[in-house]
Design a protein around this ligand. Sequence first.
Ligand SMILES: Cc1ncc(COP(=O)(O)O)c(C=O)c1O
Length: 263
Amino acid sequence: MDGEGLIPEALVAAIEAVAATGRVAKFLYTVPNYHNPAGVTLSIDRRERVLDIAERHGLLIVEDDAYGLLGFGEEPRPALRSGRRDGVLYLSTFSKTFAPGFRVGWILAPRVVREKLVLASEAQILCPSMYAQAAVAIYLSTMPWLDQVSVFRRVYRERRDAMLDALATLMPPGTSWTTPAGGFYVWLTLPEGLDSKQMLAGAVAAQVAYVPGTGFFADGSGARHLRLAYCLPPPDQVREGVRRLSLVVHDAMAVAAPLGATV
Ligand SMILES: Cc1ncc(COP(=O)(O)O)c(C=O)c1O
């Protein structure tokens, strides 16, 4: 993945790698808008190509659009589902625009899998919370929820800007990060030789926290990356968090340099 999201060539390579083991890739799970954790958004051109590849390989797409309403000004890009209704399960959640604890979401699914999803849901949760669904339904039908979404967009944009400014000012050379156009997260890449998991204890001692990149890779890689969230703290706290993190990174570089890291 890069700034434009999922790389089509990488998708083909992944499908072929699965085929080489004698198995068949059945579906692609993807977060095209304001990705968690990478903060990137799939470009329109790549959306088309991903749809083509999926169709060619008989791959179902699970399009998770949890953050789609939380863009920072740009026009929303067409959902993958709008290009291929039969091959895409489109899902989203009220966790980011109403309240996370309610755990109410929705799915638009091709008819052939819809009944199976209902069965799977019954098997999994037996009885979804009526109270939570009623609360969301009443909120949507009686409150100016789109205005509230506009407020969220403005608030998160300010926090994103605070984080990007502070990173640009304080992070050492060799560090890079994504520029999210919406959502909650910046994906940071540390200078070579640093390990975000090893750094975490020092960060927590300095009272700043992040999620190490390894938490997002099935194969245990990703140690040079970390996910920063700007959604909760106000801009001043975001800046202070980045300041503390930059000290932790500088300390880690000082330790790593004599060991031969290229920092
Ligand atoms: C991409 C994505 N999908 C779904 C969710 C969670 O949705 P829910 O709270 O409805 O399980 C999250 C929350 O972090 C997310 O990042």
